[in-house]
Design a protein around this ligand. Structure first.
Ligand code: C2E
Ligand code: MG
Ligand code: MG
Length: 241
């Protein structure tokens, strides 16, 4: 019981309306304090413990969606990160469906984030799994887009709804015209393929301004909010109203 989920809000780039959250795992270590995934995720992956922990994440995310629904926030969506080992599990569709069913949630409120390398490890299988998620109405987003494979043909083969531009491109985009060109091109590519494009790691107003001119759909980053506990977010949100 030392794991927690924190939630980082996502907003539309245009009018700054809240669209939902990304669930981010935290380990509340009794001696070492709050640990970030960088400090323990690879150990979970290497030991296979990411399977039960990842299941707990899905379960906990659905419980949180249920609680938001009870509080009247029926439109809020939640994105969950899937690790490669988790995506490979033969019962991953059942795990997700059972958690949704347990809390009587619409599949449309859940987004699954996977990286290009996870999606491309076994393309044939990914096509089947993502088609199944898509048929259920679950949103699939490619995380850290631009840092994985250069071969883009998979985008037309996989039932993907969103591209999430990696924060490494956003970081210097205002100063570095090459990063800016990549960001602009990814947004255009996404839109041409009928995908929504989200920018992560937005920290500054001038990044947001540029992203807006490029037509990005959604933004996530410290500029608007750091990840928070669900309780802290509701307190902040009520204050802003
Ligand atoms: P990610 O999915 O790309 O998540 C975004 C990361 O960027 C998060 O780090 C978030 O706190 C951070 N971030 C958000 N806005 C900003 C910003 O404006 N500036 C900067 N510098 N960083 C920002 P976090 O929470 O440390 O998570 C790191 C990675 O760990 C995640 O990257 C994801 O790949 C993985 N992860 C997190 N939670 C889970 C989980 O439940 N399951 C699995 N399998 N992986 C997870
Ligand atoms: Mg993510
Ligand atoms: Mg990312």
């Amino acid at each position: 019981n030392q794991f927690e989920l924190w939630y980082q809000p996502k907003y539309t780039a245009g009018d700054h309306s809240l669209t939902g959250f990304e669930a981010l795992l935290r380990w509340h270590h009794p001696e070492r304090g709050m640990l970030l995934p960088a400090e323990f995720l690879s150990a979970l992956e290497d030991t296979g413990l990411i399977i039960p922990v990842g299941k707990w994440v899905i379960q906990q995310a659905c419980l949180q969606l249920h609680q938001w629904k009870l509080q009247g926030n029926t439109e809020w969506t939640l994105a969950v990160n899937l690790s490669p080992a988790q995506f490979e599990q033969h019962d991953i569709i059942d795990v997700v469906c059972n958690a949704l069913a347990q809390y009587q949630l619409s599949p449309a409120c859940l987004t699954l984030e996977l990286t290009e390398s996870t999606a491309l490890k076994n393309l044939k299988r990914s096509i089947e799994i993502l088609n199944a998620f898509s048929a259920l109405g679950i949103t699939v987003s490619i995380d850290d887009f631009g840092t994985g494979y250069s071969c883009l043909s998979y985008l037309k083969q996989l039932a993907v709804d969103k591209l999430k531009i990696d924060q490494s491109f956003i970081r210097d985009m205002v100063e570095d015209s090459e990063d800016a060109a990549i960001v602009k091109a990814v947004i255009q590519l996404g839109h041409t393929l009928d995908l929504k494009v989200i920018a992560e790691g937005v920290e500054k107003e001038d990044q947001l301004a540029l992203l807006r001119t490029y037509g990005v759909d959604e933004i996530q980053g410290y500029l608007i909010s750091r990840p928070l506990t669900a309780q802290d977010f509701v307190a902040c949100y009520e204050n802003q109203k």
